[in-house]
Design a protein around this ligand. Structure first.
Ligand code: SF4
Ligand code: SF4
Ligand code: SF4
Length: 272
C-alpha cells in the first residue's frame, strides 16, 4: 500500500486547494474544478503504479480537453497567457490568474513542470506526433520564448491602455486564435525539427514562469549513482533532452524535466 501514499497525498493537496478556493471565493466551481484535476492526476498515478503504459496520456487528455473545451470554449475563459495578463490588469484574482498561480507559478515549486507532462492542452496534441524524442541536438533559439512572452504582455496592455471596449469578447477570440496559432506552429516545428516538443523548448511563453519556478521543485527524479551503469538509455528516451543522471539543479536538468517518467520506466537498473 505504501506506493499509493504519493497519489493520496496529491489528491489531498488538490482537495485542500479546492476547498480553500471554494470557501474564500464563495464559488462552488473551484471545488469542482480542482477536485476534477486532483482526481484525474490521482487516477493517472494509480494507472502508472499498475504499469499501464498510457497512464500519462490518460491524465493529459482528461485535463487538457477539460481546460481547452470546457473552460476555454464552453465557459469562455481565456486560460492562455493573455488571459492571465487580462485578469491581472483587471485586478481580479479569478480564472486564469488562479490557474497560473496554481499550475504555473507557485505549483512548480512543488511539482516542477508536471503541468507540461500531464495537463497542457498544447502538448496533449503535440505528443500524438511521431517524434517522441528529438532526432537532433537542441538548438540555441530558446530566446524566442521571451519575444512571445513580451508580445502577449504588450498585446493585452495595449488593449487596456487604449481603453478598447469589449475586451472580454476580444480575449475569447484571442484564446481561439492563439490556440490555433500554437497548434499550427507547434506541429510545423515538430516536423521541421523532428521533435514533438520543439514548441515547448523554443517558443512557449509560459516557460518564462515555469523554468525558474521548477528550478526549486520539491518533487524531482534523482539518480542513484551506485546503481547506474551509465548505459545512456534514460537520455535516449527523454523528450526534453535531460541528462537525469546529473543530480545537480543546473538549468538544463533542473528546469526542463516534465516528469513524464519515460526515463524511470526504461532504466534497466532501477537507478531512477
Ligand atoms: S512548455 Fe508550454 S506548450 Fe509545452 S507543455 Fe509546457 S506549457 Fe505546454
Ligand atoms: S538508464 Fe539507468 S542505468 Fe542507464 S544511464 Fe540512465 S540511470 Fe543509469
Ligand atoms: S528526465 Fe525523465 S521524467 Fe524528465 S522529461 Fe526526461 S524522460 Fe521525462
Amino acid at each position: 500500500m505504501r506506493k499509493y501514499i504519493l497519489p493520496a497525498v496529491l489528491l489531498l493537496l488538490f482537495e485542500m486547494i479546492a476547498v480553500t478556493f471554494w470557501l474564500t471565493k464563495e464559488n462552488l466551481f473551484y471545488l469542482f474544478n480542482f477536485s476534477y484535476i486532483g482526481v484525474a492526476i490521482t487516477l493517472g498515478m494509480v494507472l502508472y503504479i499498475k504499469k499501464y503504459k498510457h497512464a500519462r496520456r490518460v491524465v493529459q487528455l482528461l485535463i487538457g480537453t477539460y481546460m481547452l473545451l470546457y473552460l476555454g470554449l464552453i465557459c469562455g475563459e481565456n486560460m492562455q497567457i493573455e488571459g492571465f495578463w487580462y485578469y491581472l490588469f483587471s485586478g481580479v484574482f479569478e480564472a486564469a490568474t488562479i490557474h497560473y498561480a496554481v499550475a504555473k507559478i507557485f505549483g512548480p515549486l512543488i511539482f516542477g513542470r508536471g503541468w507540461c507532462g500531464y495537463a497542457c492542452w498544447t502538448a496533449m496534441v503535440l505528443d500524438f506526433l511521431p517524434y517522441k524524442t528529438a532526432e537532433h541536438p537542441r538548438k540555441r533559439i530558446g530566446w524566442i520564448r521571451y519575444i512571445v512572452f513580451t508580445v502577449s504582455l504588450v498585446f493585452v496592455a495595449a488593449l487596456f491602455l487604449a481603453h478598447v471596449g469589449h475586451i472580454a469578447k476580444i480575449m475569447f477570440w484571442a484564446f481561439i486564435a492563439g490556440n490555433l496559432l500554437y497548434y499550427i506552429v507547434g506541429i510545423a516545428l515538430a516536423f521541421a525539427f523532428r521533435d514533438n516538443r520543439a514548441f515547448c523548448k523554443y517558443i512557449c511563453p509560459v516557460t518564462v514562469f515555469l523554468k525558474p519556478m521548477s528550478y526549486f521543485s520539491l518533487f524531482r527524479i534523482k539518480c542513484d549513482k551506485s546503481k547506474c551503469v551509465t548505459c545512456g538509455k534514460c537520455r535516449q528516451v527523454c523528450p526534453m533532452d535531460v541528462d537525469i543522471t546529473d543530480n545537480s539543479r543546473k538549468r538544463k536538468n533542473g528546469t526542463e524535466c516534465i516528469l513524464c517518467m519515460e526515463c524511470v520506466k526504461n532504466c534497466p537498473k532501477d537507478a531512477l
